[in-house]
Design a protein around this ligand. Structure first.
Ligand SMILES: Nc1ncnc2c1ncn2[C@@H]1O[C@H](COP(=O)(O)OP(=O)(O)OP(=O)(O)O)[C@@H](O)[C@H]1O
Ligand SMILES: [Mg+2]
Length: 328
């Protein structure tokens, strides 16, 4: 096993940039479409603005760039790896890109000791005989879905080596000796997107993945900052400009230290918890502090300064009974 070096990632990123920059002659497509049976590599210029996306889905400047890059890989059905910290929007981005292209998507998580039968398929008893039933991954391969494999680095060697056949750029195959089937037809839209959290603390692009496995990915995209436009995302979650500004400011302060780099997911839960009526201090204690062992004190201190005036203004500390009394 040799770790992927920063220089390798930088080189891949440069190649990605080059290929997206050079694709300036293709037409902007303004409508999502169903994947057709004739897939032409590089035939479409992505455009995140024209895609029909959920109303809560927003993108930061970096998010827009990643959307376009991921769109290119998925549109070409090329396998791609997303490396980045937890909760910054990899899954949300992948399903948004898949739906913008008009492809279905599915995902599963990897963990050590996982049983791959439910992914590949298994023999099941049925009315006195046994029948082969394709698993989630086999069905995705046949139907041409975009498959997000979360925590790919934790996948068992058995699954990884089995995946090699569908990760090839040409003549992709998926063998099913378990079922007595040589191989099933691989739909040309089938695309694998693997996601992985970086090894170790912080957001440095290092991970423990061997060269042969990495070389099968057409591209590696590093996600070390939020993909969402968090101002908009928090406003959408709270419908309260003051509260959403404070949450964004709180995140900015905490993120100065990699040890307290909170995610968009953390911010979202903080926002909805305060919005539901919990005091900001208690919400931070429940939704943020326990996730950053050893840094709870700093987090609470910062929360106090950022959310200080909040309760007074919108009466979050007030009980419902007091509020009713006050209204009368
Ligand atoms: N583009 C976005 N716009 C608005 N909110 C977003 C966006 N992306 C992510 N979020 C919010 O952040 C949460 C976490 O995002 P997501 O699950 O995509 O992260 P992830 O990078 O896949 O995390 P993990 O590495 O833990 O799997 C989402 O549930 C959503 O609330
Ligand atoms: Mg995810």
């Amino acid at each position: 096993m040799s770790p992927m070096k920063d220089s390798d990632i930088a080189r891949l990123m440069a190649q990605l940039q080059e290929s997206s920059d050079s694709d300036t002659t293709t037409k902007v497509v303004t409508k999502a479409r169903k994947s057709s049976s004739k897939r032409t590599k590089g035939s479409k210029k992505p455009n995140w603005e024209s895609a029909s996306l959920p109303s809560w889905f927003t993108l930061s400047k970096y998010g827009k760039q990643v959307f376009d890059e991921l769109y290119m890989f998925i549109n070409n059905a090329d396998p791609v790896m997303l490396i980045g910290g937890t909760g910054l929007g990899k899954t949300a981005m992948t399903s948004a890109v898949a739906s913008a292209i008009g492809r279905g998507s599915t995902s599963f998580n990897c963990y050590s000791g996982m049983d791959i039968a439910s992914l590949v398929g298994l023999w099941r008893p049925n009315k006195g005989s046994i029948e082969w039933e394709h698993g989630l991954l086999t069905r995705a391969i046949i139907e041409g879905l975009v498959v997000l494999i979360e925590e790919y680095t934790r996948a068992t060697p058995e699954l990884k080596s089995k995946m090699f056949g569908v990760l090839d750029s040409k003549n992709r195959y998926w063998a099913l000796p378990e079922a007595g089937i040589d191989s099933v037809p691989v739909h040309e839209g089938f695309t694998m997107v693997a996601s992985a959290n970086p090894a170790g603390n912080g957001y440095v692009g290092t991970m423990r993945e061997d060269k042969a496995s990495m070389s099968r990915f057409a591209g590696v995209i590093e996600i070390n900052e939020p993909l969402a436009d968090e101002n908009k995302a928090m406003l959408n979650a709270t419908n309260d400009k003051d509260l959403s500004d404070r949450i964004v400011r709180f995140a900015e302060i905490l993120r100065k230290d990699p040890l307290t780099y909170i995610s968009t997911r953390d911010m979202y839960y903080l926002a909805t918890t305060i919005k539901s009526g919990m005091s900001a201090k208690r919400a931070v204690e429940l939704t943020i502090a326990p996730k950053f062992e050893g840094n709870q004190e700093t987090i609470i201190t910062n929360a106090r300064s950022v959310f200080e005036e909040l309760g007074k203004e919108i009466n979050l500390e007030e009980s419902v009974a007091d509020a009713i009394k006050g209204a009368n």
